[in-house]
Design a binder for this molecule. Structure first.
Ligand code: CTP
Ligand code: MG
Length: 246
């Protein structure tokens, strides 16, 4: 079957704080989105590329047109307007999947440096029968769960630890996340039945697939596949671009 790659780039980039959508923020002199999209093109796994961009952003539409030209013929190209949250942006892209597409990778436009190897590992797991697969890394920090509480003497609002999940079983999850198209469509149809509070907790597509009871397989991610969220991440990505780290 044929594989589509959805690149979600419709976010506003509040935490990066550049005052423009994150996808347009320059990295190595090029818009962040250009790195992400050309990384997908160069991985050589996409029959279709669909980019979700902020509604009413002609500059971003122009960047996408340039990227289509750079990619050359041979890849079906779609650009859609994203929605109010990431899930809505994914659903806008799922609505334009071409005839014959059987698997889809959903990738953050905010991960400009994802190496080809990650795309290959995700694609290989789908080929080997996984209906859902995510790239992930072992976590380096000790992670605690917390609950709200008050300090005994003052009643000041603080948090206290409610548990320490064993670190050996924790993974930090990245994209591209790969799915059988039909499975991801079912997961997103289910997502539409969630109330607003539950919908607000959804941070990736795999969560939605877990919720419909499908197994989600895990392959090795990459340190280079970091998501640019804060200015520190951007500094790190600039250093990665300069250095021999790729
Ligand atoms: N995204 C999207 N549509 C949205 C929100 C997010 O396509 N309505 C995309 C972003 O463009 C990004 C990815 O989802 O590539 C991960 O989201 P995040 O890192 O949170 O990006 P932003 O939402 O842009 O950043 P922030 O939350 O700091 O505003
Ligand atoms: Mg966001």
């Amino acid at each position: 079957g044929s594989c589509a790659v959805v690149i979600v780039a419709a976010g506003s980039g509040q935490r990066l704080g550049f005052g423009v959508p994150k996808a347009r923020v320059p990295l190595g002199g090029e818009p962040m989105l250009a790195h992400a999209v050309l990384g997908v093109v160069n991985a050589g796994i996409a029959a279709q590329i669909c980019i979700a961009i902020p509604p009413g952003d002609p500059e971003m539409a122009g960047i996408c047109a340039d990227l289509q030209e750079q990619a050359g013929p041979g890849i079906l190209w779609s650009v859609v307007e994203g929605g109010a949250d990431r899930s809505e942006s994914v659903r806008a892209a799922l609505a334009v999947m071409a005839e014959g597409i059987t698997t889809v990778l959903v990738h953050d436009g905010a991960r400009p440096l994802t190496p080809s190897g990650v795309f290959e590992r995700v694609t290989a797991a789908l080929r080997d029968g996984a209906r859902a697969v995510i790239p992930a890394l072992a976590v380096v920090d000790t992670i605690k769960t917390v609950v709200p509480t008050e300090l005994p003497a003052t009643g000041a609002g603080v948090e206290k630890v409610s548990g320490t999940p064993p670190r050996s079983r924790l993974r930090a999850v990245q994209t591209p996340q790969g799915f059988e198209l039909e499975t991801l469509r079912r997961a997103h149809a289910h997502a539409l039945t969630l109330d607003a509070a539950a919908a607000a907790q959804v941070t990736d597509d795999a969560m939605l697939v877990e919720a419909i009871g499908e197994d989600v397989y895990v392959v090795q991610g990459s340190a280079h596949s970091l998501k640019i969220t804060t200015p520190t991440d951007l500094l790190l990505a600039e250093a990665m671009l300069q250095g021999p780290l790729r």
